[in-house]
Design a protein around this ligand. Structure first.
Ligand code: SF4
Length: 330
């Protein structure tokens, strides 16, 4: 942790979707801080609320999704208090996002150069076209794509190159904070590895903070200094990534995720899944949301939502940690 001012400060955030079956409570009472130059991971199964949280932070919630309570500050600025004009200036200059699918993030009928130049000139109107073209070339150097691809269309690039272009666009205006939402999910393992190495390199040079979202625990643990584990729209643990292994003190859900990482025994690859399915977000269990799947659940877990407890390496929402110091939020 740091005594510097956080670049991201989420306070008691809840986000819901209006559906025909009722309100889906996708994000519930989330608190989280990310400090300058820090990489924080956000992990959870599909539907745990990770991407909804990312879209809420960017103020990009669409359709029937809306913030029901809480505050989000980016670099001290309440994003939801900004006018559309102010928000447009704020996005990409101060905060940007790398989306899951590069193909849908890029415009298929525009060249790489046009897309980068458009981003630069629309978010920084004082920049001339010549300056923007020069910067587009520099950005391709940063993400190690040959400048000849400035004139390529997205379909002429490999999946890895497209994702690099998306990263180039996200860092084009040197934002202080970048959200990366499963940036390598669609790529094969080798390309995934090289993109991850590159993200780390660029982040160290450009010095932005990152919220790195993934369902892949090992990936996040490698990149981030801290990892938030999300279950049923709640952050149930915030932990130092160096202690993310079995044998350390973790939330039972975190332990389940750690066991679910494929591991080798003498002659086979073993994957232990977490039994059961995530809860219905229209109707969350009254106590701990994980209790129907938790091997250590007690009657108390069914009745009362646990408080948060500070251990040596983590903050954990679980009744099992009652002997540790209680804290108000992560
Ligand atoms: Fe399991 Fe109870 Fe802890 Fe929830 S509070 S994770 S059910 S032990």
């Amino acid at each position: 942790m740091s005594d510097r001012k956080p670049v991201l400060e989420i306070e008691d955030l809840s986000v819901a979707y209006q559906t025909a079956n009722g309100l889906v409570n996708a994000v519930n009472d989330v608190n989280l801080k990310v400090y300058p130059e820090e990489i924080v991971g956000l992990v959870g199964e599909s539907g745990s609320g990770k991407s909804t949280m990312a879209y809420a932070i960017m103020r990009l919630l669409k359709g029937d999704a809306f913030v029901t309570k809480g505050h989000i500050k980016v670099m001290g600025e309440d994003l939801y208090a900004l006018s559309p004009k102010e928000l447009r200036k704020f996005r990409w200059n101060k905060i940007s996002m790398v989306f899951q699918s590069a193909m849908s993030a890029l415009n298929p009928v525009m060249t790489v150069q046009t897309q980068i130049v458009d981003t630069l000139t629309s978010h920084r109107p004082e920049m001339s076209k010549a300056e923007a073209i020069k910067r587009a070339g520099e950005l391709l150097d940063v993400v190690r794509i040959d400048r000849k691809h400035l004139n390529s269309y997205p379909h002429e690039l490999s999946g890895g190159m497209r994702q690099r272009v998306v990263i180039a666009i996200a860092i084009a205006l040197s934002p202080g904070f970048v959200i990366m939402d499963e940036p390598t999910t669609a790529l094969d393992v080798v390309v995934q590895r090289s993109i991850l190495d590159q993200i780390r390199e660029i982040q160290q040079v450009e010095k932005f903070a990152v919220l790195f979202i993934s369902h892949d625990f090992s990936l996040v643990a490698e990149l981030a200094s801290q990892v938030a584990i999300m279950y049923a729209g709640r952050i149930v643990e915030l932990t130092k990534s160096g202690t993310l292994r079995l044998g350390e003190r973790h939330h039972p859900y975190t332990e389940g995720l750690l066991r679910a990482i494929p591991h080798l025994t003498a002659d086979e690859v073993v994957i232990e899944g977490i039994p059961g399915t995530p809860p219905n977000l229209v109707n969350l269990p009254s106590g701990c949301a994980f209790y129907p799947r938790c091997p250590l659940a007690t009657d108390e877990c069914r009745k009362a939502r646990p408080n948060l407890y500070q251990t040596d390496n983590a903050i954990i929402e679980c009744h099992l940690f009652k002997g540790d110091r209680e804290v108000q939020h992560v």
